[in-house]
Design a protein around this ligand. Sequence first.
Ligand code: 4NP
Length: 151
Amino acid sequence: MVCLGNICRSPLAQGILTEKALQAGLPWIVESAGTEGYHVGEAPHQLSQQVAKENGIDISMQRCRQFSPEDMRFYDKIYAMDQSNYNDIKRLCGKNWQEEKVKLILNELNPGKNEDVPDPWYGGIEGFRDVFEMLDKACEKIIEPHQFHSS
Ligand code: 4NP
């Protein structure tokens, strides 16, 4: 899960997908990173922590880190929150770029629309709640094909 600062959006995405994978019994490694290093080592934004908590998810132990080209090798899937994150990942990876692994996360929900998860950094709690809702729906789509259905 990749955004610009790894402080607002991608920590929420990490928390949400981690929780859904856990509930589905999937042994997935879910991580997040930022394309910039402004906040490396910091905990997620207070409002991201609050909105996660309102939804029963604790993201307080997460610490910001910067995206590295090694992540492209290690992970099967890289989700960008918006188009500029996508372009920055491509730039940071250089020759290690693997197009088939990288996707705009909202394309899981609305395929082909290339929609951005808006950056809530400059706004209030409502923006963070909107981001949570979008990411929750997108992560549900990511999990769906891997879920075991009894009956
Ligand atoms: P994020 O939001 O990419 O969702 O973590 C931002 C966090 C920090 C900054 C910008 C966006 N910043 O300019 O420090």
